[in-house]
Structures are given as C-alpha cells and as structure tokens.
Write a protein that binds this ligand. Structure first.
Ligand code: FES
Length: 120
C-alpha cells in the first residue's frame, strides 16, 4: 500500500512543521512514507495520522503494514496499533507507537516533527 516517498522541503519551518503530501494522494494510497524521515502519514477512516515508521516492538517497517478498523497492523508479527493513541495490542511487551501532530492547509498535509501528539 506504500507509494514512493514524498519529497520534503528541506527548508522546514523553525517550528518543526513540514509539508508531506496532498490529501488526495494519501486517500488513494492509505500509507505514505515521508522522504528523509523515518515517519509515515496514514489515512484512517477520514482522519490523517502521522507516526514513526519503525515498529516499537522490533523495528519492522510499518510502511509495509496495513490499516484496518482504526489499527495499523505490523507486517512482522501479529501486533497492531490503535491509531488514536498508538497503543499496541494488549499483552505485547512494547511501548506505544509514537504519533505526531498533523494539520491540513487546503489540500496539503503537514506534520510537526519535533513534538509527540498527546493520546486520547
Ligand atoms: S516488529 Fe512489529 S509487532 Fe513485532
């Protein structure tokens, strides 16, 4: 489901917000890798979520995962992450998936790369 990485404006703003891709592209591809950063943006049931690309369990590439029922499934093991707060499937010995703030201006998706988004 991954498309090719998007280009990132190297002149990122001082506040850490960087443009990622257009909303139409994310809706079409569901998961978009952020070029130059180990991050993903995900289309999840009408919402945009930004997260780390590496699974916090054993570092699998979540860009190869799948989104279903509000969860991101890791391609290596059977665990999945709640896309509202990053929580891993109950019983797995792993910290939550790190999420980042997102904003949309017009059709462009931006992510804040220096701050963690608060959970639910
Ligand atoms: S590496 Fe992702 S659940 Fe194990």
């Amino acid at each position: 489901m991954c498309g090719k990485p998007t280009s990132v404006d190297d002149g990122a703003s001082e506040t850490g917000w960087i443009p990622v891709c257009d909303l139409a592209r994310l809706k079409a591809e569901t998961i978009v890798r952020v070029a130059g950063r180990d991050m993903l943006v995900i289309w999840n049931d009408g919402n945009v979520v930004a997260c780390d690309r590496a699974c916090p369990h054993e570092q699998a590439d979540l860009g190869r995962g799948q989104v279903t029922a509000g969860r991101l499934l890791c391609p290596r093991h059977a665990a999945s992450f709640d896309l509202r707060d990053g929580a891993i499937t109950a019983g797995w010995p792993s910290p939550p998936l790190r999420l980042y703030p997102v904003r949309i201006t017009g059709e462009k998706i931006w992510i804040e790369t220096s701050q963690r988004r608060s959970g639910r």
